[in-house]
Design a protein around this ligand. Sequence first.
Ligand SMILES: Cc1cc2nc3c(=O)[nH]c(=O)nc-3n(C[C@H](O)[C@H](O)[C@H](O)COP(=O)(O)OP(=O)(O)OC[C@H]3O[C@@H](n4cnc5c(N)ncnc54)[C@H](O)[C@@H]3O)c2cc1C
Length: 371
Amino acid sequence: MSTENREACSPPSGRAAMKKELPKQFQDYRNVWVFIELEHGQVHPVSIELLGEGRKLADKLGVHLAGVVIGPPGGQGTANAIADAAFAYGADLSYLVESPLLAHYRNEPFTKALTDLVSANKPEILLLGATTLGRDLAGSVATTLKTGLTADCTELNVDSDGSLAATRPTFGGSLLCTIYTLKCRPQMATVRPSVMAMPQRVNKPTGSIIRHELKMLEEEIATKVLAFFSDGDSNTANLAYADVVVAGGLGLGAVQNLQLLKDLARTLGGDFGCSRPLVQKGWMPVDRQIGQTGNTIRPKLYIAAGISGAVQHRVGVEGSDLIVAINTDPNAPIFDFAHLGVVADAISFLPALTEVFTKRLEPRNLEKFVQ
Ligand SMILES: Cc1cc2nc3c(=O)[nH]c(=O)nc-3n(C[C@H](O)[C@H](O)[C@H](O)COP(=O)(O)OP(=O)(O)OC[C@H]3O[C@@H](n4cnc5c(N)ncnc54)[C@H](O)[C@@H]3O)c2cc1C
């Protein structure tokens, strides 16, 4: 959080006074921008989620929404990012910076491209996905421009005075804090994948493209990409975009019981995850953690086995369409927000559930496992 942002946490009366102090050089900053992230030529879904949020902010402010695409020239990636993402999800215009130096993500040329674009075109709000790339780029762009950046927002809104109200969890997730960037522009925010809902495509998308040149030479870039190796790991988690997620917590009791989650997830064509203590115990890698400091998920079906439902876990799962909780304690907090609750021992209920789905047995075969 920048100094600007910390000051902005003062009470509303102080905020109003500070708003008047917005320096002259920032007073003509207009429009909402969304950085459209490309992952090996494919648009990252978080960019589309942000276009949906950006459209709402732009409409409230009565300004344009722009998508920002940075990549190598002539590739299908940048063309698709503009046509299939920016314009298809509501942007009025797109800024495009193409250069061979931008073929792979490197901090220096991407920061140069984005900061030059901002300085030339003066957006008031700039949104990026809180992905590995987005976090790296947002931090260096904010520090280069000396502006405020609110990371990992869970809600974005426009205040009555037109400021961006960027809300995120604080104090270990027990409180929500709304942060304002009052004395500098653009107001920057990152949002994690799946935190915002996917918007609808617009009918007959159109828009204008504004090209910018990257004023940088390869000799000025310290980082060199010599080769790219995929981790090739078919076990890589894809929790943020899975339709079905089965997760376990400390209630599973032993590392070998994690197989019960994997079996059910595979049977349902989904992915598996866990609560934080399982990562801390070294039972699962950190990319499978669900919750405030892990993945935020929005599956159609979330099955939580042996998870108590602490607030830090809840914030990462409450966007799920259907939450099914399996817990031996009928008073476990997870039953306060689960849509379906099963008071049962997860160690025997999970394999029974897998069997029911595998053999398409009658659900009543599960009744003997419920307490
Ligand atoms: C800053 C901060 C960030 C955090 N971030 C995260 C985060 O991102 N994600 C996260 O998950 N947590 C996070 N936590 C930790 C969080 O506060 C909880 O401690 C954690 O979620 C609890 O994990 P659990 O539900 O697996 O374990 P417990 O709270 O110990 O719950 C275990 C549950 O299993 C039940 N149970 C026991 N035996 C069985 C059985 N045989 N069958 C079925 N149920 C059984 C028990 O009744 C109990 O409800 C964070 C904490 C802090 C302070």
